[in-house]
Design a protein around this ligand. Structure first.
Ligand SMILES: [Zn+2]
Length: 308
């Protein structure tokens, strides 16, 4: 009996630390799988609007938009999570998945692409397609799941209740982050440009920019009209346009502070130890996941950008 209780305690602790690890890796390329040691991938569903859902688990937040003639999926999670997404969509609607849009080229948003039927239309921003072409998972699958159609600054797909507007407002998390707008539902999927309330990951290998991040967010705040709901890349399911505006200001304040530190002669490492989230951003995180060198890495990237 005692042994069973102890074993249960160990398993519970294990599950908790796994959940914590998954939470702490908001946008890692090939990030920690949320999959349990024995269990299958668990996809959970949050209903956002009548015909719009967010599927959580296994990487970035996946949006499911049910249109008149088919289903549009935004982002496809980590390797092995494409089929669980398709299975979950089947529980929501008998309509076939016809289109897949990727917000950007990170492994926890595009890897599941290769499990979608080859007939599915895959749409991304130009630079995201180029970034995806460098990824092993698409090479290993003979290009299956690769972007078929791309856009540079704006693209409209479908019409009326089914309309989707894709925008690119500039670099930030990567150089190809798409904003996916469902105008009839007044909702936008922001991807990892607004993944969580805290300092974002910025990927130097895929053209991300600390320097331009605030400007990109400001352009989105100004350019996205008639929105009442923002789907986030990770962590929260949704936030509000007011939250996006606050986030844009938070990033502007952060970059202004960081530029000041670097201009004062501080090294990225020194500056990183001094960063403190301003009191006017309660609940915001001032830490950066280690993936691209953590906060010192981010400040080094900014320093390099300022020298250009
Ligand atoms: Zn990402």
């Amino acid at each position: 009996m005692k042994r069973i209780i102890a074993l249960t305690a160990i398993l519970t602790a294990g599950a908790l630390s796994m959940a914590a690890a998954a939470y702490q890796q908001p946008a890692a390329r090939g990030a920690g799988q949320a999959r349990g040691p024995q269990g299958p991938p668990v996809v959970t569903v949050d209903k956002v609007k009548d015909n719009l859902y967010v599927l959580k688990g296994g990487g970035g937040n996946t949006a499911v938009f049910i249109t008149t003639n088919g289903v549009v999926v935004v982002d496809a999670k980590n390797p092995g999570w494409g089929q669980p997404i398709l299975d979950k969509v089947k529980e929501l609607t008998p309509k076939p998945v016809t289109m897949l849009i990727n917000t950007h080229a990170h492994g926890d948003h595009v890897s599941g692409n290769v499990e979608f039927p080859a007939t599915v239309d895959v749409v991304t921003q130009d630079n995201t397609k180029a970034n995806m072409e460098k990824m092993d998972i698409f090479k290993q699958n003979n290009g299956r799941g690769m972007a078929k159609r791309t856009f540079r600054d704006k693209m409209t797909l479908g019409q009326g209740a089914d309309q989707i507007d894709l925008y690119y407002f500039g670099p930030g998390h990567t150089n190809g982050d798409a904003w996916v707008v469902f105008p009839a539902l007044r909702t936008v999927h922001a991807g990892d440009l607004f993944a969580s309330k805290g300092l974002p990951l910025v990927d130097p290998g895929n053209g991300g920019s600390v320097l331009q991040y605030p400007e990109t967010l400001s352009k989105a705040v100004a350019g996205l009209k008639n929105i009442d709901t923002v789907i986030n890349g990770h962590s929260m399911t949704t936030t509000t346009p007011a939250d996006l505006q606050t986030y844009a200001q938070f990033m502007k304040d952060f970059v202004t502070w960081a530029e000041g530190e670097l201009k004062a002669g501080k090294t990225p490492e020194q500056a990183a130890t001094e960063y403190k989230v301003p009191d006017k951003y309660p609940g915001y995180s001032g830490t950066v996941a280690a993936l691209f060198g953590g906060l010192p890495g981010e400040l080094k990237l900014l320093s390099d950008e300022l020298k250009k």
